[in-house]
Design a protein around this ligand. Structure first.
Ligand code: PEP
Ligand code: MG
Length: 320
């Protein structure tokens, strides 16, 4: 079976009726990044940069980050490279930063809120990324953005970084921009933000947590938490519809994308890309290559009419 899966490595992710999907990888370090091309992925859809901080004494400085991003570009040889800026807070605790004590950290200073409250961290990262973009294509994505003002603040910081780099006569390159859509507010506010964006990526781990008011790391909820619910499915559908209308690329980087049972439904809903764990890549690719997009679309249509978690599950498992 492993050998049969291996045969998909060098094939494009094309359904039997000719629908192509970009299959990307979720990664957390340079070691993963160097495996992406050989694993048969079209690039990286999510580089979780806060992983650089997990075992570090402090945040790598601009030079160290610049060289990491350049090494990644070199390993990727022009394949898609999507960097997510530091997603700090909540379940992503980092020993080297003294995070404030909060009663509800998942509802607190996390993601882009933390970054905007600590612009020195974000500025260091943005400068390193802008400079690395001089050596290859980079897509930059911001976590936990709820609304337009946050995006405007980030773009203002980016402009300030460019001005400073110009003054220092340091080269930098163009970036494409996206957000992780991972709160219900982001879904509802998306039409106002799409004009500023080149792509969006649906973060179903947090989108589920915030839509269902269910802590993603609470073991007492773990039986229900991974379940795809009709409410979350509707939020995914709203995001895809809005992005398509605005002609913005739409991806998904949550764990649902790494589940071969759920992938036909997700692709049938119209995603352009899927970003998944390297360990699931070949299985997901073979599922897509062995199926037909017209069947995925029919599955999506019936799944979207389900109003119960259990019937939605039955609908998903009925596809084979
Ligand atoms: C998500 O929230 O779905 C996501 C992809 O990001 P993370 O799991 O890093 O929060
Ligand atoms: Mg998230």
């Amino acid at each position: 079976r492993r050998r049969a899966l291996e045969s998909f490595k060098d094939k494009p992710t094309l359904t039997r009726d000719g629908h192509w999907v970009a299959l990307l990888a979720n990664v957390g370090n340079l070691n993963d990044i160097t495996q992406v091309a050989a694993a048969g992925a079209d690039g990286i859809g999510l580089f979780r940069t806060e992983f650089m901080l997990m075992n570090a004494q402090s945040l790598p400085d601009e030079k160290a980050q610049y060289s990491l991003y350049c090494d990644a570009l070199h390993a990727l040889q022009g394949k898609i490279f999507t960097i997510r800026t530091l997603d700090i807070g909540a379940d992503k605790e980092l020993p080297c930063l003294q995070l404030p004590q909060e009663d509800n950290p998942a509802l607190g200073l996390r993601g882009i809120r933390y970054a905007l409250a600590h612009p020195e961290l974000l500025t260091t990262q943005l400068r390193a990324i802008l400079r690395a973009a001089n050596h290859g294509p980079i897509r930059l994505m911001f976590p936990m953005v709820n609304q337009l003002e946050e995006l405007e603040q980030v773009f203002k910081l980016l402009e300030d970084c460019k001005t400073a780099l110009n003054e220092e006569e340091k080269g930098y390159g163009d970036l494409s921009f996206g957000i992780v859509v991972e709160t219900p507010a982001a879904v509802l506010n998306l039409p106002s933000m799409l004009p500023l964006l080149d792509f969006v990526s649906i973060g179903t781990n947090d989108l589920t947590q915030y839509a269902m008011a269910a802590d993603r790391s609470n073991p007492q909820l773990s039986r229900d938490f991974p379940a795809l619910s009709p409410a979350v499915l509707k939020l995914i559908q709203m995001t895809i519809t809005a992005a398509k209308q605005a002609k913005v690329t739409v991806s998904l980087c949550g764990e649902f994308g790494s589940d071969p049972a759920i992938v036909p439904l997700l692709i049938g809903m119209g995603l352009d890309e899927l970003s998944i764990n390297l360990s699931s890549l070949l299985e997901v690719k073979s599922t897509l290559c062995n199926g037909r997009f017209c069947d995925f679309r029919a599955l999506a249509q019936s799944a979207l009419s389900m109003d119960r978690i259990d019937t939605l599950k039955q609908c998903i498992t009925s596809y084979k």
